[in-house]
Ligand binder design. Structure first.
Ligand code: FAD
Length: 485
């Protein structure tokens, strides 16, 4: 809904999933007005360049993996690779060919105006969009997300490397791709690039993949990627990059001739790797450099600090939600913040108090669930063992291989591992990690246990259905009983 108005109750800068949620919650069930200012596509990174296309690319390889481990099906599938054209076409159906008209229709149906352009704060409750001034009666919400960081390694930027947008919007599969990074984006991209037939070399600065996860998760994922043909260089860093004829061929197309990386810490080919493309998956930068924050005395270009109401301290009309505040850079957590901020804006507009639990984003503090969609999924919530020890918790660890009737039925040669981090003082779970095929759906039960602070004695009575992979819960609780509880 385009809008001629210049005054709104709520102005949201950034129309990703989080900004959309904040706008919706701030006005729903009221006669308040909201506008989203968006300078690219309504729906944001998640819809077109991140979560949706990446998961659309990953699911076919998961199905193929299961089929290859399933008598009665594996004989049909044999060594057949994926039909890459069909996989890319399915991805395209999720990103709508980078057309956001369905999101605009949603905004219209929710009564939210959309203005296309770059939003920048110029003063209290004032936003400028390409020369047009908008004012907010109640709130301005910053939901501008992040952009991919490309390190200043000599030659890297000139080589026009792929960033995550190219990998998710892939149109040409490189014969050999070097991936700089070993985090979630790098590991997931390695998974789908392998499944599309690329040779993959990962160059990882640290000593493991998925550095923020439990160490066993990174090790199991590295094994699974290596079994599928990936080369993983740990404790290695790229010193310089050179490329023949770099070219701006477009997103997801190969950006020029062969690219050579000089890698410190690598003995492969005397420390040099030549590939058809290089993907940089080395972190994200908050999109706050050109938001006019300095007009309020705030720092440009950093994550925006907020309190648990998602308000910027000292500016109770200003909110920052989603990736740009750096608290929990995941779509589901950002949308949760968007719901909290929207509710807070509505309550403040209606003169209500903020006493209710709904008005604080408490889950951001140590209760964050995440799923990494690698060949073995990593589903986790809360604190890792290391973080729990750092926090001074009386840590108890219970860990088991996932080997229950449900997992063996899921596929032949099922292998996986689960671990609970228990606070011995309160007899509750503060963290859980599951690694294995199809474990994504296990994490919500753990999230409920962590957020609800359910006692382990009570969990004994939460009986998992037979024969499901969830029976691993029973194995974990049994292991704890035998450990004298
Ligand atoms: C490859 C990849 C895969 C991912 N997969 C998952 C996943 O499976 N699950 C998950 O939970 N998370 C995933 N993430 C993270 C997820 O994408 C982000 O957490 C999520 O997109 C954050 O939403 P947001 O609304 O805060 O920001 P964004 O989605 O980044 O949206 C911000 C919007 O603001 C706009 N904008 C920025 N500045 C301005 C301005 N000044 N004026 C106007 N508009 C502006 C941008 O154009 C953009 O549309 C993934 C990330 C990547 C890179």
């Amino acid at each position: 809904m385009a809008s001629e108005s210049s005054e709104f109750d709520v102005i949201v800068i950034g129309g990703g999933p989080v900004g959309e949620n904040a706008a919706q919650y701030a006005i729903q069930g009221s006669d308040r007005t909201a506008v989203i200012v968006e300078h690219e596509l309504l729906g944001g990174e998640c819809s077109y360049w991140a979560c949706m296309p990446s998961k659309a690319l990953l699911r076919p390889s998961e199905v193929l993996d299961t089929a290859r481990n399933m008598p009665g099906v594996k004989e049909l599938v044999g060594d057949q690779p994926l039909d890459a054209d069909a996989v890319l076409a399915r991805r395209e159906s999720y990103t709508h060919g980078l057309d956001d008209s369905s999101q605009i229709t949603w905004a219209e149906s929710a009564g939210i105006a959309v203005i296309r352009g770059h939003g920048r704060i110029t003063g209290v409750k004032t936003v400028e969009v390409d020369g047009r001034t908008l004012t907010a009666r109640h709130a301005v919400v910053l939901a501008t997300g992040t952009t991919a960081s490309v390190p200043n390694t000599p030659g890297l930027r000139d080589a026009q490397p792929w960033i995550s947008r190219d990998a998710t919007n892939i149109h040409e599969t490189p014969g050999h791709i070097a991936i700089i990074g070993g985090g979630v984006v790098a590991s997931e991209a390695a998974t789908w690039l392998l499944s599309l037939g690329a040779k993959v070399t990962m160059i990882v600065r640290g000593s493991s993949l998925l550095a923020g996860s439990e160490p066993f998760a990174g090790e199991l994922v590295a094994d699974a990627l290596q079994q599928r043909g990936a080369t993983i260089m740990l404790d290695a860093s790229v010193e310089s990059v050179s490329r023949e004829n770099p070219a701006a061929t477009g997103i997801g197309r190969i950006h020029g001739g062969p690219v050579t990386l000089v890698v410190d810490g690598s003995e492969v080919h005397g420390g040099e790797i030549t590939a058809d493309e290089v993907l940089v998956a080395a972190g994200r930068t908050p999109a706050s450099a050109d938001l006019g924050l300095s007009s309020l005395g705030l720092e440009d270009g950093h994550s925006i600090d907020v309190d648990d109401h998602l308000s910027v301290p000292g500016h109770d009309w200003l909110y920052a939600v989603g990736d740009v505040n750096g608290r929990a850079p995941l779509t589901h957590m950002g949308k949760y913040q968007g719901r909290v901020a929207g509710d807070v804006i509505a309550a403040r507009a209606e003169g209500k108090t903020l006493d209710h639990k709904r008005f604080r984003a408490t889950a951001d503090h140590g209760q964050i669930p995440q799923v990494v969609f690698t060949p073995l999924e990593v589903a986790s919530v809360g604190l890792t063992e290391a973080k729990a020890r750092e926090a001074g918790i009386d840590v108890e660890i219970v860990a088991q291989d996932i080997a229950v009737a449900g997992s063996s039925l899921q596929q032949d040669d099922y292998s996986g591992r689960a671990q609970l981090v228990i606070d011995g003082a309160t007899d509750t779970i503060v963290g859980a990690t599951f690694v294995g095929p199809g474990v994504a759906e296990l994490v919500h039960a753990a999230t409920i246990a962590v957020v609800g602070k359910v006692k382990l004695d009570d969990l004994w009575h939460a009986v998992p259905s037979y024969p499901t992979v969830s029976e691993i819960w029973l194995r974990l609780l049994e292991a704890r009983r035998t450990a004298d509880h």
